[in-house]
Design a protein around this ligand. Structure first.
Ligand code: GDP
Length: 298
C-alpha cells in the first residue's frame, strides 16, 4: 500500500531539489502536484483540500533562514501534515476503572473483525490482561467457530452460545458475557459483532442494541483499507448508527492505494488505534501516525 503515492511524492520533491528559494508560483505548482498525488491515492476530497491549504500556507511562511533547503522544508511540512491527518499522537486503549473493560468491534462483513478479535486477544494477553472474546456474530454461519479458532490460537478464552443454539439473540449473549466475565475474572471483554456486506438498518440496530447492553469503554470501527473511498461512507454510516471511539485499519498489507487510511481520521474525528497487516495473529500493531507518515515518504 502507498507505493504509488510514495513514488509520486518523491518525484515532487525531486523536482524541488537544487532550487535556491521557492517562489509563490513554485509553491502553487508543488501544491498542485501533491493534490493530484493524493487524489490518485483515493484520499477523500475534503481531506485533500485541508491538507493542501495547510501545506501551502506553511510553505509560504517557511523561514528562509532555516538550515533546510526548499526541498527539505517541503518534505518536513508534508511529513508533519501527514502525521497530523493520521491523528498526531498514538492513542492507547482506555481501560475502565472497574473491570471488565469492554471493547466492542463493529464494521462490515469481511472487514476483519473476527480476525482482529484474535489479534487483540493475543495482544492484550501479552500486556498482562486476561481477555474474554465474545461471539455476538450469530449471523454468519461459521463466525462463532472462527472466533473459537482464533481464541485458541491466541490462547485466550471465548464466550459463545452453545453449539446448536446458534440462532441465539446476540444482544442477550452480549449482556450475559459481561456477567460471565465478572464471575470468571476476565478483565477485558472483546465483543465481536455481525457485519453485512453493505450498510443496513437492521445491522445498525443490532450493533446499537449490543452497545446499549455492554456499554463499551471503546467501540472500534474496523475497516478494510482496501475499499478506498467507500471506507469514508461506511465510517460515516457507522458513526451515525452506532458511534465509535477509535478506528482499526485492516489489510494494510494489500496493494490498494491507501486513501482510506489517510481519510478516515479526518472525516470521522476519531483516532486510528490499531493496524492489521496480514492474516496471522502477529500481523498487528498499535497504530503510530509518525511511522505511517515515514513509510509514505519513504
Ligand atoms: P469479519 O467478517 O469482519 O469478521 O472478517 P474476518 O475476520 O472473517 O476477515 C475476513 C477475511 O479477511 C479473512 O479471510 C481474514 O483472514 C482476512 N483478513 C483479516 N485481516 C486481514 C489483514 O490485515 N490482511 C489480510 N491480507 N487479510 C486479512
Amino acid at each position: 500500500m502507498f507505493e504509488t503515492l510514495s513514488d509520486r511524492l518523491d518525484k515532487v520533491f525531486t523536482g524541488l531539489r537544487g532550487k535556491g528559494r521557492l517562489t509563490d508560483a513554485d509553491i502553487d505548482a508543488t501544491a498542485r502536484e501533491i493534490r493530484i498525488a493524493l487524489l490518485e491515492a483515493d484520499v477523500a476530497l475534503p481531506v485533500v483540500r485541508a491538507f493542501i491549504d495547510a501545506v501551502k500556507q506553511r510553505a509560504r511562511g517557511a523561514d528562509v533562514s532555516q538550515a533546510l533547503n526548499p526541498a527539505q522544508q517541503v518534505i518536513k511540512i508534508v511529513n508533519e501534515e501527514l502525521i497530523g491527518i493520521l491523528g498526531g499522537e498514538t492513542r492507547r486503549i482506555r481501560l475502565a476503572k472497574q473491570s471488565p473493560t469492554v471493547i466492542m468491534l463493529a464494521g462490515l462483513q469481511g472487514a476483519g473483525k473476527t480476525t482482529l478479535a484474535g489479534k487483540l486477544g493475543r495482544w492484550l494477553k501479552e500486556q498482562g490482561h486476561t481477555p474474554l472474546l465474545v461471539a455476538c456474530d450469530l449471523q454468519r454461519p461459521n463466525a462463532v467457530n472462527q472466533l473459537s479458532i482464533v481464541a485458541g490460537q491466541a490462547g485466550v478464552d471465548v464466550y459463545a452460545p452453545e453449539p446448536g443454539n446458534g440462532v441465539g439473540d446476540p444482544i442477550r449473549v452480549a449482556a450475559d458475557s459481561i456477567e460471565h466475565a465478572r464471575r470468571t475474572m476476565h478483565d477485558v471483554v472483546v465483543v465481536d459483532t455481525a457485519g453485512r456486506l453493505g450498510i443496513d438498518a437492521e445491522l445498525m440496530a443490532q450493533a446499537a442494541g449490543i452497545r446499549d447492553v455492554v456499554q463499551p469503554d471503546e467501540t472500534l470501527f474496523v475497516v478494510d483499507a482496501m475499499i478506498g473511498q467507500d471506507a469514508v461512507t461506511t465510517a460515516t454510516a457507522f458513526q451515525e448508527g452506532v458511534g465509535f471511539s477509535g478506528v482499526v485499519l485492516t489489510k494494510l498489507d494489500g496493494d490498494a492505494r491507501g486513501g482510506a487510511a489517510l481519510s478516515v481520521r479526518h472525516v470521522t474525528g476519531q483516532p486510528i488505534m490499531f493496524a492489521s497487516t496480514g492474516e496471522k495473529l502477529t500481523d498487528f500493531d498499535v497504530f503510530h501516525p509518525e511511522r505511517m507518515a515515514s513509510r509514505i515518504l519513504g
